[in-house]
Ligand binder design. Structure first.
Ligand code: SAM
Length: 222
């Protein structure tokens, strides 16, 4: 009765650990957000383990079903579409249930890629301390989100979608003039790293094709 929390690539399918592959091969079932996305990874490594969809909006009945499997002694792996489960991704609710239900269920991390760690590692900012804010709120609490960035003396990392990156950078450029690193499509064919002041970076991204996945880090307040 083990639940493995397995990190998977954020783009380049070669970015997976030997241990992750071993676990995905050996468990009884893989819980994943999107069976097609995870299917591509499993096909690539000829892993035949069955998959079951589990995501943020999964009903309590599904969590109960998964808990029953664990109590029956099954070993399960949880993956997300990309990166590390639990980091702006499903996982926490399931882990919390497993902890509450039965202390014999072991929860094991199989660490690996995360867009947040990747951007931190190449930012060039002092990253011994940083603030991670996930996705900016779309409506409520958006002002507070920007205030947290402005006030932070540590670099701030956040995720953003291609549909909102320009809007978010534009709002940021109205309230601060710090250095920023914006990474698009890390580890993928169209990987691009933009560095500069917020407004400069925004203008460069606007000139390019605004497509793909974005992760951002802003230097802390001096
Ligand atoms: N759990 C994942 C992790 O550990 O990186 C993050 C999941 S979150 C739902 C997805 C967001 O992560 C994307 O919208 C984007 O902001 C960021 N992201 C994921 N892959 C990325 C990549 N290859 N390049 C840049 N950002 C990425």
């Amino acid at each position: 009765m083990a639940l493995y929390i397995v990190a998977t690539p954020i783009g380049n399918l070669k970015d997976i650990s030997l241990r992750a592959l071993e676990v995905l091969k050996e468990v009884d079932l893989i819980l994943c957000e999107d069976t097609r996305t995870t299917g591509k990874l499993l096909d690539r490594y000829q892993i035949k383990t069955s998959v079951l969809s589990y995501h943020q909006h999964s009903k309590f009945q599904k969590i109960d079903y998964i808990m029953d499997l664990l109590k029956q002694g099954k070993n399960l792996a949880l993956v997300s579409d990309a990166g590390t489960p639990g980091i702006s991704d499903p996982g926490n609710k399931l882990i919390e249930s497993a902890i509450q239900q039965d202390d014999k269920i072991t929860i094991t991390s199989i660490p690996g890629p995360s867009a947040a760690a990747a951007v931190a590692s190449i930012s060039g900012f002092p990253m011994d301390k940083f603030l991670f804010l996930g996705f900016p709120p779309v409506k409520n609490k958006r002002k507070k989100f920007f205030e947290e960035i402005i006030d932070s003396k540590y670099p701030v990392i956040f995720y953003e979608s291609p549909y909102r990156i320009i809007k978010t950078l534009s709002e940021l450029s109205n309230c601060l003039n710090r250095k920023i690193v914006v990474c698009r499509e890390l580890t993928k064919k169209f990987e691009t790293v933009y560095r500069g002041k917020v407004s400069e970076v925004m203008q460069r991204i606007e000139k390019d094709v605004v497509k793909g996945e974005f992760v951002v880090v802003i230097e802390g307040k001096k």
